[in-house]
Design a binder for this molecule. Structure first.
Ligand SMILES: [Zn+2]
Length: 133
């Protein structure tokens, strides 16, 4: 099996068995692609190793040392997570606000499902009488 074939097989397996992890991997990879395209980095057609070194210095302080590829990789992972989190929060929040509005500040018309303000007597859309609980 060529490395291209085994890579493709792995990708299929990864996508099928770990869809969320694959999604994040793909997101991180596509963000990295943009960052690695900078002219500051070489390695055309070669693999660049990603590695992190930790050094304990005098006084017990630790120093994290990473090469440019690793630095970009770490930054990109964090940015991808924050972006995903922010996007999800936005949609979760708007769903919650919508539900809260429907539950507490409104009364739904049984006839046409239009959401009317609480204490309305008649539906603002179809005119049906609203039954308040
Ligand atoms: Zn109605």
């Amino acid at each position: 099996m060529t490395s291209e074939e085994s890579r493709r097989k792995f990708t299929e397996w990864f996508k099928k068995n770990y869809p969320q992890e694959y999604y994040f991997f793909h997101k991180i990879e596509s963000n990295l692609d943009k960052l690695y395209s900078t002219k500051h980095l070489g390695h055309e057609g070669e693999f660049a190793e990603i590695s992190i070194n930790v050094q304990k210095r005098e006084g017990g302080k630790y120093h994290l040392a990473a090469d440019p590829f690793t630095s970009i990789f770490l930054g990109s992972i964090c940015k991808t997570m924050v972006d995903e989190f922010a996007n999800n929060i936005e949609s979760i929040a708007s769903d919650r606000v919508q539900k809260e509005f429907e539950n507490r500040f409104s009364i739904k018309c049984l006839n046409c499902k239009f959401v009317n303000l609480t204490h309305s007597k008649y539906c603002n859309t179809c005119g049906s009488e609203l039954l308040s609980n």
